[in-house]
Design a protein around this ligand. Sequence first.
Ligand code: 9MR
Length: 382
Amino acid sequence: MGFAVQPARRINARMRLSLCALVCVLISLIAGAADAAAQKPDATETLRGAAQKSNLLMGTAAGADSLSEPLYSSTLAAQYSQLEPENEMKFGPIHPEPTTYDYAAADALVAFAQAHAMRVRGHNLVWQEQLPGWITHRLLPWTPADLNRVLASHIANVVGHYKGRVYAWDVVNEPFNDDGTMRSTVWYNSPGIGFAGQGTRTIEQALRWAHAADPTARLFVNEIGAEVLNRKSNAVYAMAKDFVKRGVPLSGIGLEFHVGPGFDQLDNLDSLNRNVRRLAALGLEVQFTEVDVRLPNNNAANLSVQAQNYKDLLNICLQQPACTAFQTWGFTDKHSWIPAIDHGHGWALPFDQNYRKKPAYLAMLKKLNSHSGTRVRFQSSR
Ligand code: 9MR
């Protein structure tokens, strides 16, 4: 080539300065871009980014106490687009005394979610567990009329506090027995809020109170063990069908999925598919709300079966536009509820104790990316 290279000594000082400035700018641009890339990974490299392309919210339960752990909060913010307080919004923690509401811990989670553009799913308003002593150990027995007032005002207060910040609520949690009858609880029949023996009327009342407190919030009944076709899921379906017909403000059903690796059988998956489809056919949303797949140990074979479970559950959700959120019950094995209640089991979540991505994480990310852009947005008929 015919360019004459100027000897260095003939480059005057001015040119040297401007060359240096150019190089400096280039270096800082490249470094800046690298920094930005490190902070903001490509969408296809995170669960939330990959899921967004399919109009799916990728959720996790989270705990306020863990937010101070840097790896916990950075993983949560980077990977998830939906946050659900694991315990902080339950009746006991949030309403510890008859006239005291303690919103501090739940507010911290909501603020974290807002700071990271995550949706908040509220959990829960009516449940028979994690109740405060003033409800469960009252000296004078409750009358249904008093308990009715207590629950109405609890729902109005909590939903009102989070109006516009919590987009969806588990209004009633786990109301059915395995045989499809209503569970005997303080809210239903011991003594209940006035509708003992009247089937799903207690659930209906709670939904109506929640709707009055925030008409824009999406309202769910969340159930455990109602994932596949069985007597419990039949009861959930019958309730949903009746509520839709009568215009009771129900937006969707939450299916929990606290399962083991054996869940992933063809007949089971087929049954799950049919259950999801019949609920969707009512015009309701279906959200997978508490997925975890517990293992007896974390050897390679088990981790690979677990990955297959996660992938197949996610696939069923992805195939149904009414399945609007896929949420795991925590994300790191370090903070899973399983080892505390099921001794000898654990390793249930997509990140290990040290926040390393497990095969389950990689399988979900791959599944999301292969579906990317192929799902239509769910249009509620309600
Ligand atoms: O993960 C929660 C755990 O920390 C609590 O001790 C427990 C109290 O009963 O609740 C766990 O979360 C439950 C959720 O609220 C409803 N579905 C079942 C979950 C696991 O028990």
